[in-house]
Design a protein around this ligand. Structure first.
Ligand code: ADP
Length: 449
């Protein structure tokens, strides 16, 4: 087992990894930018190293500085968290070359799944159902129009290197195609340095259902059911739950097996998420994330497992601590992503926290790096906390969520907490009756946003 793990990340996820390591008797090293000198992950880790100035390209994305920090402190493994370098093939490769273990999949698997066209081809070959659309990349407006005509409008044009909801444009009809095609390409180029795009049929009433998988790197793999992340704004998740309110045990077992078998066949190692759109009882693959997801705690809650601990175990060659048969769902869990943003405009508003009180009690988990007096730096993501609740069933989880949200105090900055108070008053949220388009429509109708 590793003696010391460096965490190449910040905020709540850095704390999350430090906690798992500490429970396993493993020392932790935090890295931080100058803007994060006072951050909680720096205080909580056993050691901390400053790796550069505030802008992430010079600190949290600075591969050379991170490897130096690992070498100076004698860390034998690096956990990348999510975002930043977590799906960076060059980083995984550089660690392999330096004899430091990357707590995640191989550089090769990151490469294959990081390009959405290659990922889709691979999944199709492995028997995973995909959204109908173009066969690979589409290079010209003429070809795009042909795909639109064959698949039937509306269609969505997606950058193969896209992520975080960027590089996607919908064409409602042939008239929109040229603009949508060119915009998706230029967004892909500007944000990800790659202008290759592909086209999918745009599904009108799907839910976002994703399957958590775990490979042991030795040809074995399990699945940990699904998460429903249908409540999204600008293709970004805000409310996630497990199990999915509309998924039957039979559907779960069937799609879960398809996913576990697929990753087992490619000898995948570590945690992964296979994302689907789900419509009229059918699953359509959209992408695979080769890392721990922001919303992993809902899966941990219903299965009673620590996914970061398992990541560390498999990276150390110990295999998983459970088998598929050991995994039984217990109750229902919901996570809210709380951002330092205004509501309903969702404009980022970093600032100083004058008072912070986390909710507690049975079935409540607060993953956050906030503290009284903390100054949120303006340089990073606006996620400041994740509130996770667990109940015996969905009704209990929702009541607990309402209660916990009432206890939460975050003063000094505006947050997206009001959004959740409003949502919990909506009948559709209680019945679980929503698609990926519900939240945007609701925001437009109720808040003109
Ligand atoms: P990203 O990597 O940017 O997260 P994804 O491919 O995972 O992009 O898609 C993100 C979200 O965009 C999905 O959860 C869904 O809301 C929407 N989306 C993607 N593909 C389609 C599609 N074919 N039809 C309808 N919505 C889609």
């Amino acid at each position: 087992m590793f003696q010391k793990i460096l965490i190449a990340n910040r905020g709540e996820i850095a704390l999350r990894v430090i906690r798992a390591a500490r429970e396993m008797g493993i020392a932790s090293v935090a890295v931080h930018s100058t803007a994060d000198a006072d951050a909680m992950h720096v205080r909580m880790a056993d050691e901390a190293v400053c790796i550069g100035p505030a802008p992430s390209p010079q600190s949290y994305l600075n591969i050379a500085a991170i490897i130096s920090a690992a070498e100076i402190t004698g860390a034998d493994a690096i956990h990348p968290g999510y975002g930043f370098l977590s799906e960076n093939e060059a980083f995984a490769q550089a660690l392999e070359d330096h004899g430091i273990t990357f707590i995640g999949p191989t550089a090769e698997h990151i490469r294959v799944m990081g390009d959405k066209i290659t990922a889709k081809d691979t999944m199709k070959d492995l028997g995973v159902p995909c959204v109908p659309g173009s066969d690979g990349g589409v290079a010209s407006v003429e070809d795009a129009l042909q795909v639109g005509q064959d698949a039937g409008y509306p269609v969505i044009i997606k950058a193969t290197a896209g992520g975080g909801g960027r590089g996607m444009k919908v064409a409602k009809s042939a008239v929109d195609m040229e603009t949508a095609f060119r915009t998706a390409r230029s967004e892909g180029k500007a944000n990800f340095g790659n202008d290759e795009v592909y086209i999918e049929k745009y599904l009108q009433t799907p839910r976002h259902i994703e399957i958590q998988v775990f490979g042991d790197g030795k040809g074995g793999a399990v699945h940990l059911g699904e998460r429903d992340c249908s409540l999204q704004r600008r293709h970004q998740k805000v409310f996630e739950e497990a199990p999915g309110p509309c998924i039957t045990p039979e559907e779960r077992a069937a799609i879960g097996k398809v996913c576990a078998d697929a990753v087992a066949r490619i000898n995948y190692i570590g945690a992964g998420t296979i994302e689907f759109l789900y419509e009229n009882g059918e699953f359509y693959f959209i992408e695979m994330n080769t890392r721990l997801q922001v919303e992993h705690p809902v899966t941990e809650a219903i299965f009673g497992v620590d996914l970061v601990r398992e990541q560390i175990r498999v990276a150390a060659g110990l295999g998983l601590s459970f088998t598929q048969d050991d995994l039984k769902i217990n109750g229902h869990a919901i996570e809210l992503r709380i951002n330092a943003e205004t509501f309903p405009a969702f404009a980022p508003r970093p600032g100083t926290i004058t008072q912070y009180h986390a909710p507690g009690g049975l079935g409540v988990r607060m993953d956050s790096a906030l503290y009284d007096g903390y100054r949120i730096p303006p340089h990073y993501d606006s996620l400041i906390a994740k509130l996770i609740v667990h109940g015996r069933d969905r009704t209990e989880a929702l009541a607990r969520l309402n209660r916990a949200l009432g206890e939460l105090i975050v003063d000094g900055v505006e947050t997206t907490v009001p959004l959740f108070h409003h949502l919990l008053a909506e009948a559709d949220i209680h019945t679980g009756d929503y698609t990926i388009h519900w939240l945007e429509k609701w925001l437009e109708r109720e808040h003109g946003a």
